[in-house]
Design a protein around this ligand. Structure first.
Ligand SMILES: CC(C)(COP(=O)(O)OP(=O)(O)OC[C@H]1O[C@@H](n2cnc3c(N)ncnc32)[C@H](O)[C@@H]1O)[C@@H](O)C(=O)NCCC(=O)NCCS
Ligand SMILES: Nc1ncnc2c1ncn2[C@@H]1O[C@H](COP(=O)(O)OP(=O)(O)OP(=O)(O)O)[C@@H](O)[C@H]1O
Length: 202
């Protein structure tokens, strides 16, 4: 039976950094942000639903979703955010399940599911264990501003559009502290693999 690890955290706390480590070690990683992109590709019902609600101007003339514009709307406005979540919840869930089942069928012993909104979407029961990638809110704000070139007001709006990282850490089975160097984070992740006796597969 496969061990399904839900990997989550707050915006810019380091989920991709942890995912990259697991991939480098040879484990399969399913990325919900990637899935969220796939379900709004031109021709997908998810994009049609977004267009029907947010209007034709939410896509470029070539039919591709204007992510910056949509982000600008939903990170400003909680009711529009909830509406987007409602429109995409099921397509993203279906996409995640399809990917998970594919890896289970291939017989992988450990499958990592990188799902930013795992707790907000109440997906806890989908995973055997939940790992939260944690940094303090101050460091989270600094890293988010630096990575996305945002001012503190906009970065703070993005952070507070999600459940706080402190609350997520309290709900986790395992917490990885990503406040130090990337190398220190890798060591914690390698130690976690060691607890279960998983060997790098690469
Ligand atoms: C609003 C969108 C178009 C912005 O796109 P953009 O390319 O700028 O950002 P990206 O997709 O890389 O997301 C970056 C991060 O934002 C956060 N985030 C994304 N959507 C949401 C949301 N609805 N609520 C809170 N935080 C969110 C996550 O931490 C995510 O890792 C996009 O994030 C989106 O389609 N979001 C809704 C789908 C969703 O729920 N995604 C999360 C999958 S669990
Ligand atoms: N240990 C670390 N030391 C220094 N910088 C780091 C560390 N971990 C991550 N970062 C940087 O912090 C930023 C956020 O990290 P990352 O992109 O992995 O977060 P994320 O949780 O995947 O973000 P998102 O929710 O937006 O998908 C990136 O610019 C990354 O390079």
């Amino acid at each position: 039976m496969s061990h399904i690890l839900g990997l989550t955290g707050g915006i810019a706390t380091g989920k991709s950094t942890a995912s990259k480590f697991f991939k480098q070690e040879g484990f399969p990683v399913v990325d919900a942000d990637y899935g969220a992109r796939m379900v709004v590709e031109p021709g997908e019902p998810g994009l049609a639903a977004v267009k029907a609600y947010f209007g034709d101007d939410i896509v470029f003339p070539n039919g591709v979703l204007d992510r910056k514009k949509l982000g600008g709307i939903i990170f400003e406005n909680p009711s529009e955010r909830e509406k987007l979540n409602e429109l995409l919840r099921q397509p993203i869930r279906d996409w995640l399940n399809k990917e998970k089942e594919k890896y289970i069928a291939e017989g992988h012993e450990l499958i990592i599911m990188d799902v930013p909104l795992l707790f907000e979407s109440k997906l806890e029961d989908q995973y055997d264990d939940i790992m939260v990638i944690y940094v303090s809110e101050t460091l989270q704000l600094d890293r988010l501003m630096a990575r996305d070139n945002l001012n503190s007001v906009d970065a703070f709006k993005r952070m507070t559009s999600q459940m706080s990282i402190e609350r997520k850490a309290n709900m986790a089975d395992f917490v990885i502290d990503n406040s130090g160097s990337v190398e220190e984070t890798h060591q914690q992740l390698a130690a976690w693999l060691g607890i279960f006796g998983y060997q790098p597969l690469k």
